[in-house]
Structure formats: C-alpha cells, structure tokens
Design a protein around this ligand. Structure first.
Ligand SMILES: Cc1cc2nc3c(=O)[nH]c(=O)nc-3n(C[C@H](O)[C@H](O)[C@H](O)COP(=O)(O)OP(=O)(O)OC[C@H]3O[C@@H](n4cnc5c(N)ncnc54)[C@H](O)[C@@H]3O)c2cc1C
Length: 406
C-alpha cells in the first residue's frame, strides 16, 4: 500500500496510525515533543453520542464501540472508557422542547438508549439534582468519559509492537513536493518520506498545514480550563463515582475525576492564539481563571452555577486545582476530516472543537478510507450504515454546524 506519515502523536494521530497499519500501510508517526504533548493529555475526555446531526451520532456510536472493545482490538491492559452516562439539564421551555425533539432524532439515528426525562424523573434517578430548578433532562447511559492516557499510550505501544514507527521529539519544519504531491517532510530528527501524509496536529494546524503546502484552515486555538473540587462529606465516594457527566443549564459541566474529586469546566470567550502559542502556553493559567484568585474568579462562579442545580456540589470542600489546554475550534464546531484540496496526498484531521477525544476512533476510520480512496469521499461505512462526510469536508459552508457544544 505504501508508506503513511502521521504528523502529531495525540489521540487522533496514534489511533489513525494503528488504523492505517491494520489496513496494510507502513506507518511512521512524527511527533514534535512526546505522545500526548498536546490537548490529549489536558482534556475532560467526555465521550457522548448525544449530538444534533445523524453523521456525528453515528460516528460517536462507532467511537464508543471501539473504546468499549479496546482490550480486544488494541491488546493493552487498560480500560479507556467509563460509561457513567451524560445528563444534559434544561430550564427554559425552548431549550427543553428542542432537546426532546433531538432525542426523537437520535432514536431514529440508532441511539435508542437515550431518554428524555421530566424534572421529577431526573431527580428520582439522580438525587443530587434539584428538580425545582429544571424542566427536564436527557440522559444516555452509554455515554461517559475516557482515560485519555490509556488511549494514546496503549495505541502508541500497539503501533510499535505491530511494526509501526514512532519518532518523538521530531518536529516537522518543512516539506518537499513533486508533481503537486508531498514526498517527504523535514523534521528535527531527519527527513521522512511517504506516499500519504496525515495532519493530526489540531490546534497547531494553522502553522503545520501551510508548511505542508496545504490550506490555511480556519481552526482557532482557544484556551479552556478545568477545575477540581474536593468532595468533603457532601457525597459518598460511591455516589460521586457513579455520577454521569452532568451539564447544567448554564453550560457548566462536571464529572467525577476520582472518588475524592469532581472535575468542572465552563467555556468562556477567549482570543484565538493559533498563530503563536507555545507548548508552555497550554498550561498557563490566567489569574481570572485560577482557583487561587479568590471568590470573584471564574472557577467560583462555575462552582456556584453548578450548585444552583446540584445542591450537594455546593457543599463540596473547595477547589484545589486548575488545569488548562487548547481547543482547536472551527466556525461550525465540526472537524475537518478530508483530503486537502491543494495537496492530493495530504489528509487533514483537525479542528475537533472540543470533541477530539470522542472523535478519535471515527476520525481514524475516516482517514483510513480517505487514504485507501486517494481522494475526498462522500461517506464511510460504520456499524453497517453510511455516515455522510459533507459536514466534515474542507470548503463546506459553515451554516449547518453542530448545535450541541459545551
Ligand atoms: C480543557 C479541555 C477539555 C476538553 N474536553 C473534551 C471532552 O470532554 N471530550 C472530547 O472529546 N474532547 C475534549 N477536549 C478536546 C480534546 O482534548 C482534543 O480535541 C483532542 O485531544 C485532540 O487530539 P489530537 O490528537 O487531534 O490533538 P493533540 O492531542 O493536541 O495532538 C497534536 C499533536 O501534534 C503535535 N505537533 C504540533 N505541531 C507539530 C509539528 N510541527 N511537528 C510534529 N508534531 C507536531 C503536538 O506536539 C501534539 O502532540 C478538551 C480539550 C481541553 C483543552
């Protein structure tokens, strides 16, 4: 089949490398620092199938299956997925009606286990929710969250054990072309030739894509924060560990990190720093977003917003840590999964818009189909059905994007 060069060793790159190897390609991954050096080690790693379009629901059903069957297919000892479910809560008529209509669509798209629950049903099933503060919620029990380090580390190990190559500290600095196609990339660890190339650099793609002769895709790098709340006595360890990833009407979300700690996130407006952020910038915490900045800072606002609907969370002991990373975000919150129109043997898997951990297996499958076809394709078959790729195409209009963004 030839040689595939995957640029970037996060969840997308390592899973894509394994998929290409399984399809018969010789594979080399070139990673600028080390496996997991980007957003993949800084993620909340939620995985949900509750989306607003058929292709994403189908794609995420496929991803859940891959993570569930991980030990069998990847051969490692880890279990990457914890299926605690996702619980979206709503407090306005308009949003609650739209959510119920979405559940009907999701059923039609094969996500039969998702349910719309009225406020009393939510509180009955999830006693930590105050029924008086909501109109209802949607719950999908097979959603959940990942241990991302299991994903990229075990995928990298499987890649090497099956004959693939992983070059770390090999930052791509240039590219060579012949007849309009890429033939090699230059890296800080030498030249790497290939027949097909995959850009899996997500938040870095505005710098890496043009370096490869590809389009400058609209993928903004936005800072996102996570905060960690210590449990105290408000919930038992078992109650905390059983919590679904819960999204409050304000957009704040939380999920158990471990039996003593709740992870909390909330998006905010941030500048696009895709042109020049450094590796160190990923972990930089602005004062306004630090738990060390006092009770006027964003983490305390997030904690209080959660406590309005989840009273026991208001009784937690305190915020003990802040972490950060970048989302690589497109204008319509769908990723680009396509061949670059300027370079026929360059596949772009970027712009995951905060969904890259869950998209990983699906993106890898799409990449393998694109590599096999050697051109843009209209759909891929997953779970015996065709997932249309128009929403992930480079050059699409950005008018019909993903509406469920957190
Ligand atoms: C706070 C936060 C919360 C999140 N929550 C979720 C969530 O709940 N669910 C979800 O699915 N996603 C979530 N995400 C998003 C998710 O983490 C990312 O979409 C995903 O990790 C992207 O993986 P990736 O492999 O595409 O990119 P990355 O993990 O960023 O990997 C890109 C790699 O490219 C390498 N690279 C860059 N430039 C070069 C170069 N020139 N040469 C060689 N290598 C290079 C980098 O070193 C890096 O390792 C969250 C992200 C953050 C920051």
């Amino acid at each position: 089949m030839g040689r595939a060069v995957v640029i970037g060793g996060g969840i997308t790159g390592t899973l894509t490398a394994c998929e290409l190897l399984a399809d018969g390609w010789d594979v080399v991954v070139v990673e600028g620092q080390h496996v997991g050096a980007g957003s993949s080690s800084r993620t909340a790693a939620g995985i949900r199938q509750q989306f607003s379009t058929r292709e994403t629901v189908l794609g995420m059903r496929y991803s859940v299956g891959v993570y569930r069957d991980w030990a069998e297919t990847m051969g490692g000892g880890g279990e990457p997925i914890q299926q605690n479910g996702y619980l979206f809560l709503y407090d306005t008529e308009g949003q609650w009606e739209a959510a119920q209509a979405r559940v009907a669509d999701q059923h039609a798209w094969g996500l039969t286990e998702v349910e719309a629950l009225n406020a009393a049903e939510v509180a009955d099933r999830f006693p930590f929710v105050d029924a008086d503060t909501i109109l209802g919620g949607t719950h999908c029990p097979t959603d959940g969250f990942l241990r991302p380090e299991v994903v990229y580390n075990e995928a990298a190990t499987a890649l090497r054990m099956r004959g693939g190559e992983l070059r770390q500290n090999a930052i791509v600095t240039g590219a060579e072309h012949a007849g309009g196609c890429l033939v090699a990339v230059q890296t800080s660890k030498g030249r790497v030739e290939g027949d097909v190339f995959v850009d899996a650099t997500n938040a870095w793609t505005r710098r890496v894509g043009p370096l490869l002769g590809g389009l400058d895709l609209p993928v903004a790098a936005y800072k996102r924060y996570l905060w960690f709340l210590e449990r105290g006595d408000a919930m038992s360890p078992a109650e905390l560990m059983a919590m679904p990833l819960t999204i409050a009407p304000s957009g704040t979300y939380c999920r158990p990190e471990n039996s003593g700690s709740l992870m909390v996130g909330w998006k905010h407006s941030a500048p696009d720093v895709s042109a020049d952020f450094t590796y160190e910038d990923q972990d930089a915490v602005e004062a306004a977003h630090s738990h060390k900045s006092g009770i006027d800072a964003r983490p305390f606002e997030a904690w209080m917003a959660l406590a309005e609907v989840l009273p026991p969370v208001g009784e937690f002991a305190g915020i003990v840590a802040t972490t950060a990373g970048f989302y690589g975000t497109t204008p319509d919150h769908n990723p680009f999964l396509d061949v670059d129109p300027q370079v026929p043997n360059l596949i772009r898997l970027v712009g995951f818009s905060g969904h890259g951990a869950m998209f990983g297996p699906f993106a890898a499958r799409v990449a393998a189909c694109l590599a096999q076809a050697g051109r843009s394709i209209d759909s891929v078959e997953v779970l015996g059905e065709d997932a249309e790729l128009a929403s992930f195409r480079i050059g699409r209009p950005f008018s019909h994007g993903e509406s469920m963004v957190i």
